[in-house]
Design a protein around this ligand. Structure first.
Ligand code: AKB
Length: 317
């Protein structure tokens, strides 16, 4: 077990936070990883402790927490995703940007060693390459979430260059996991579909059957995050956010793969406003810079992921 780290995870009860918290505790010890989220402590199960209730928009509370603890790493995962962001653009911008700026600022002030903040494929837009979208391509996002991620990437680079803050980031594709539900994203269908399948219900997909999007199994996403955080600083050539790739599939393709394991499973397609968001994103991502700089390589293909999901999934309450 590695030692001498004290890690804060903000957004620890979210889709990424849950699994990242468990993995970091495995590595560094439970008492060395403090989970923080907006939910009251009483509502949080014993296995998520040590836990602190934190509203990341409360800058005073955030500053006291960081000032009173010598965190060596902060993972800032709290954000409003693409679909929720389109329903409430001002709130998405405020949450996504102000919280990042507070974390960057306080991390410099209190000398936090390393910061992780997630970016997304949402930084890309209709004019970006659809296939194998490159690291240094056009980023003209059309969602407020994407705009906040694109701006955030430049803030991270700015803090690295001007203040020497070691802040690292990846552009996550849609993430698929069996613990905890995603919330408010355009790629959420790829998780929801499993819940319908195991409950024996027909699934109504909010995207068209042929909408290919970049996706990744959570095991790969957590490993990528930790591999990036472990990489020597001098090997990192990207200080905005690294492209990251694993899978690319359509609703029809994932449905067919699930139906092989769950005979009789049915789907229908009723696209809504999220179709336009999905259509603005690339279908596949070129992550060769991440491979070159820190050895990134995904482990799960579609078939392996579907089998693993179905054997581990906990149905939404
Ligand atoms: C979303 O769909 O908004 C997210 C993302 C791709 O960042 N999953």
């Amino acid at each position: 077990m590695k030692q001498k780290e004290y890690i804060l995870i903000i957004g620890a009860l979210g889709q990424i936070g849950r699994e990242l918290t468990d993995e970091l505790r495995e590595r560094y010890g439970k008492e060395n990883v403090l989970a923080a989220d907006i939910r009251p402590k009483e509502d949080v199960s014993f296995e998520k402790q040590p836990y602190i209730q934190l509203n990341v928009m409360d800058k005073e509370a955030l500053e006291s927490l960081i000032a009173e603890n010598k965190f060596t790493q902060i993972y800032h995962l709290a954000a409003m995703l693409s679909a929720s962001g389109e329903r409430n653009p001002q709130a998405a911008w405020t949450l996504n940007m102000e919280s990042l700026l507070s974390i960057l600022d306080l991390s410099v002030k209190y000398k936090v060693g390393k910061v992780f903040w997630p970016s997304s494929i949402a930084v890309f837009g209709p004019d970006s390459a659809k296939q194998n979208c490159p690291q240094q391509g056009v980023t003209e996002p059309s969602t407020i979430y994407g705009i906040s991620k694109a701006a955030g990437e430049y803030w991270c680079k700015y803090y690295f260059e001007k203040h020497g803050l070691d802040v690292r980031s990846v552009r996550y594709p849609g993430l698929i996991s069996y613990t905890g539900a995603p919330g408010g994203g355009t790629t959420d269908y790829a998780v929801d579909i499993f819940h319908s399948a195991v409950k024996g219900e027909k699934y109504t997909c909010f995207l068209k059957e042929d909408t290919a999007l970049p996706m990744m199994y959570m095991h790969d996403a957590i490993r990528a995050t930790l591999e990036l955080m472990d990489a020597p600083s001098e090997s990192l050539s990207v200080r905005t956010a690294y492209n990251l790739s694993a899978l690319s599939f359509t609703p029809k393709e994932i449905y067919e793969q699930i139906a092989k394991e769950v005979p009789g499973f049915e789907i229908s397609y009723v696209p809504d406003f999220r179709q336009q968001i999905a259509d603005s994103w690339p279908q596949s991502i070129d992550d060769s810079v991440a491979s070159k700089d820190w050895g990134w390589k995904p482990a799960f293909d579609l078939q392996k992921m579907v089998k693993d999901m179905l054997s581990n999934i906990e149905v939404y309450p």
